[in-house]
Design a protein around this ligand. Structure first.
Ligand code: ATP
Length: 267
């Protein structure tokens, strides 16, 4: 496959580079076809958010970092899209938070699980749970293949980070008493609405930021507890929706301008 050359001055250069990465990993079997469509749904919301990490996202990233650092048994759940886009950051995050990494796919196939495991190991993962027969336990109340989990990982975890999750599974994990940390560009998805901490941001921007903040909070348990005490997920989520609404209203007033004047200096 020939990679497309993306001109650096293209206004959507970064977004196109991300797409190319997903297409490449779709060809090599890591990303499912439906994963490409799911990415498109995310992109549409990223457009509306202004393709940047908002203040609300940062609040949620802080709360997610504090939750991971105060967890007993944290697990990062990985699918094809996340392995393709943020494999290295996932390994880094797992290392700094002592979380386990578990593969969990909606379109489960041993071939894809092994490909994801291989990709993660290539970027430094020592252990990847949930592959093949290792996913021998089941999440109650779930019909899809995503109910299969590793008894050493998600099944016994108290905190699960689920970038790009489906709503049913988020709800099922919450019902099992787990804290679910979601990264999802769509504030209206069931995942976003049901998670314990919802980061409305692109995984590509949010995950390195999460690693950075974990590094800063690592030694400060008092600060972690303070962050958690002051964080209200519902309120933060509502503010993200209000932000989109306000941004769209301003853009509508301006007509065909792509960038808002008061955002220019933020870029
Ligand atoms: P739900 O089942 O939670 O209501 P859904 O049906 O949209 O949501 P999926 O089809 O699994 O769930 O879609 C994946 C979700 O991931 C979408 O909500 C989309 O906004 C989000 N998404 C896709 N790509 C990214 C990305 N790069 N960063 C963050 N979120 C993303």
């Amino acid at each position: 496959m020939m990679a497309i050359k993306i001109p650096p001055e293209h206004p959507r250069a970064e977004s196109l580079r991300i797409r190319e990465k997903l297409v490449e990993h779709h060809h090599n079997g890591v990303v499912a076809t439906a994963g490409l469509i799911a990415h498109g749904r995310g992109e549409a919301f990223d457009y509306m958010l202004g393709e940047k990490t908002t203040k609300q996202a940062l609040n949620a990233i802080n709360a997610a970092a504090a939750t991971l650092l105060t967890a007993e048994k944290a697990v990062v759940s990985v699918n094809g899209n996340t392995a393709a886009l943020i494999g290295e950051e996932i390994v880094r995050l797992a290392n700094v938070t002592k979380a386990k990494i578990e593969v969990n796919l909606f379109y489960r196939s041993l071939e894809r699980e092994l490909k994801i495991k291989e990709l993660l190991e290539k970027v430094g993962a020592h252990e990847v749970l949930g592959v093949g027969e290792d996913a021998s336990a089941k999440i109650p109340e779930l019909g899809s293949e995503r109910r299969r989990v590793d008894p050493r990982g998600i099944l016994v975890a108290d905190v699960v980070l689920v970038p790009l999750e489906d709503g049913d599974r988020t709800e099922a994990l919450v019902k099992m008493g787990k804290k679910v940390l979601a990264i999802d560009l769509n504030p209206l998805s069931r995942t976003s609405q049901k998670a314990t901490v919802t980061i409305i941001d692109n995984v590509v921007r949010a995950t390195p930021k999460l690693v950075e903040i974990v590094g800063k909070l690592e030694q400060d348990l008092k600060k972690c507890n303070e962050i958690l005490l002051n964080f209200d997920n519902k309120k933060n989520l509502a503010e993200s929706i209000t932000l989109i609404k306000g941004r769209l209203s301003k853009l509508a007033e301006k007509g065909n301008y792509l960038t808002l004047e008061d955002e220019k200096h933020d870029l």
